[in-house]
Design a protein around this ligand. Sequence first.
Ligand code: KG4
Ligand code: ZN
Length: 335
Amino acid sequence: MRVLGIETSCDETGIAIYDSRAGLLAHHLFSQKAHIEYGGVVPELASRDHVRKVLPMIDAVLKEANLAPRDIQGIAYTAGPGLVGALMVGAVVAQSLRFAWQCPAIGVHHMEGHLLAPMLEANPPPFPFVALLVSGGHSQLIKVTRLGEYEILGESIDDAAGEAFDKTAKLLGLPYPGGPHLAKIAIHGNPERFNFPRPLLNRGLDFSFSGLKTAVANAIAKSPQDEQTVADIAASFEQAVIDTLIVKSLRALQETGMKQLIIAGGVGANIKLRTSLSDLGEKQGFKVYYPRPLFCTDNGAMIAYAGCKRLLAGEKEDLKIQVRARWPISELRTV
Ligand code: KG4
Ligand code: ZN
C-alpha cells in the first residue's frame, strides 16, 4: 500500500509517500520562517503558510517518486494534537484529495507519528520497548507493547523538554526555534560551571522543567554576558535536562524490565542526549534506537508510516473534517 502523508500540526509542512513494501519513496519538508521575527509560532501565520505550501509540495513528492494520484492507495494526515487552524489545513486537503482520488484517508496522532519514526530507519526496533518522547509540546515515557498500545509511565508536570530548551534559548538571546541553537553553542561550554536543578530526580517517572528556566534567568542576571558564559549556561542547562531524561529513562527500563529504548520527538535530535543514552546502553545492556535527526523533528514521513500501518490494519474513517488540539496518546486504539 502506498500512502501520502501530510503533516501540518505546527510550523513545518511535511509531505511524504510511504510504500509498505518499498519503504519511503519521497519526503519534502518546509520549515516556516515567518515566526522568527516573533520569537515563537504565530498560529494564524502558520495556517496561512501551510495553505500556500501543501498542494505544491504534494505535486513535488508525487513527481519525485514518479507517481500519479492513481498510484496512491491511502492518505494520512495529522489530526492532532497541535494548532487547530494548522491541523485544519492538512485535514481539509487530505479529505478533499481522498474524495477526488477515491481512496481512504486516516487522521494520525502526531505523537504516534513521532513514536513510530524509528521504524523508518534501517534497523527498526521490534516491540516491545520504552519510548522517550520529547518534543516541543510533550515529554513522556511510554511503555509500548505493540502498535497503538501505549501506557504512559511518566510525563512532564509542567513545561515539555523542548519548551524548556526554547524558553532558555530565548533568555540567552538566541533565535527561534531555540533548541538546536542552544545545543550548538553548548558544544563550546562547560556543563559543570552552573549547577542547575534536576527536579524530581530521585523519585518516580514524571518530569518537571519549569524551575530550570528560573534558575537560568537568575544565573544570567548574576553573570557577565560574555560569549563563554553564555556557552557555559547553555551547556549546564542542556546537561541538567539530559541528566533528568537519562535517570528517568533508566528507571522506566528497570521498572518495566524492558531492554529496548527508543528516543523520538524534536529533542531526540539532540546529539548529546542520543550519544549519552547509547553509551549507557552499551554499558548496561539495553539497546537504544532513534530516527535520523530530520525525522526526530516534525515531518511527513512519520505520518505516512503511522497512517499506512493503521490503514493496513483495516482502520477506516468517515468523510469528515475533525481535528483535535488536545488528544491523549493513551486514547488510541490498539492495532
Ligand atoms: O517534535 P518537534 O519538531 O515539534 C513538536 O511536536 O513539538 O519538536 C520541536 C522541539 C523544539 O522545542 C526544539 O527546540 C526542539 O524540539 N529541538 C531540540 C533540538 N532540535 C529540536 N532540542 C534540543 N536539541 C536539539 N538539537
Ligand atoms: Zn512534533
